[in-house]
Design a protein around this ligand. Structure first.
Ligand code: OAD
Length: 236
């Protein structure tokens, strides 16, 4: 077993909203610039939180309910299978927990997690998201209001360095369901070694400037991911 781990290749999967689309969670940029009928700046920025915390909390309470009701799809489940023969790291921009529920063991969330709440003053005081939803008046143990454990626009991305270190070590990279327009997440692919195989599964996938060895798979995650996973398992 030890020997196996030494020889196993590393696959890094970079996922975005498109990997969860077939689980019924809407993507951000496929619906006329609105996200679940809201403008991003009204609900997903630190300014929005200061201006109208109740609106922001209600919005994320809805997202929480939606994620709880969703189930992992064929793409999430196929990615778990890769662990039979590879060391697999999933680096996701998604705040849902569908990779974890599909069984993936190493998942890094770049933009936070909807299943958690945290102190609005102490970033390291993190709690499970309340089942009945977050409320104004819910406080951390130091007495500060709880907020969704989400990285909003304009906030730092604390997991970025860790994610870049993971991508640097990859032998294969698979990008799934992201428009690759939100930075710094979109920059991660540039940390991958130039000569390794890379795949980009997304109905709207196209070449990414500066990225070599990129195989474009212009198809849905639920269809293309299981196929690619089977190929990679065969060739491991
Ligand atoms: P986007 O909404 O920008 O892009 C979703 C991508 O998924 C698009 O390229 C679609 O073509 C693709 N897609 C749609 N259906 C698909 C399917 N069935 N299979 C595969 N791909 C499909 O979402 P992200 O790139 O994830 O940030 O957006 C990045 C960030 O912007 C999010 O993490 C979020 C958002 O604002 C924060 O909340 C901080």
């Amino acid at each position: 077993m030890k020997e196996n781990i030494v020889t196993m290749k590393r696959i890094v999967i970079l996922t975005g909203a498109g990997v969860s689309a077939e689980s019924g969670i809407r993507t951000f940029r496929d619906s006329d610039g609105l996200w679940e009928n809201y403008r991003v700046e009204d609900v997903a920025t630190y300014d929005a939180w200061l201006r109208d915390p109740e609106l922001v909390i209600n919005f994320y309470n809805e997202r929480y309910k939606q994620v709880k009701a969703a189930k992992p799809n064929a793409a999430h489940l196929a990615l778990k299978k890769l662990e039979q023969k590879y060391i697999v790291d999933v680096v996701t921009q998604n705040v849902d927990d569908l990779h974890e529920r599909a069984g993936s063991s190493r998942v890094l969330h770049l933009h936070g997690e909807i299943t958690k709440a945290r102190s609005s003053e102490y970033d390291d005081l993190i709690y499970p998201y309340p089942e009945e939803g977050l409320k104004i008046g819910d406080k951390c143990e130091k007495g500060y209001q709880l907020r969704p454990h989400i990285v909003w626009f304009g906030e730092a991305v604390p997991m970025l360095v860790k994610a870049a270190n993971i991508v640097e070590k990859a032998d294969i990279v698979i990008i799934i369901g992201t428009s690759m327009v939100v930075y710094p997440a979109a920059s991660l692919i540039h940390y991958a070694k130039r000569d390794i195989p890379k795949y980009y599964i997304d109905p709207k996938a196209s070449n990414v400037s500066g990225v070599s060895n990129l195989n474009i798979i212009a198809d849905k995650a639920g269809t293309a991911t299981p196929k690619l996973v089977d190929e990679l398992l065969e060739n491991a």
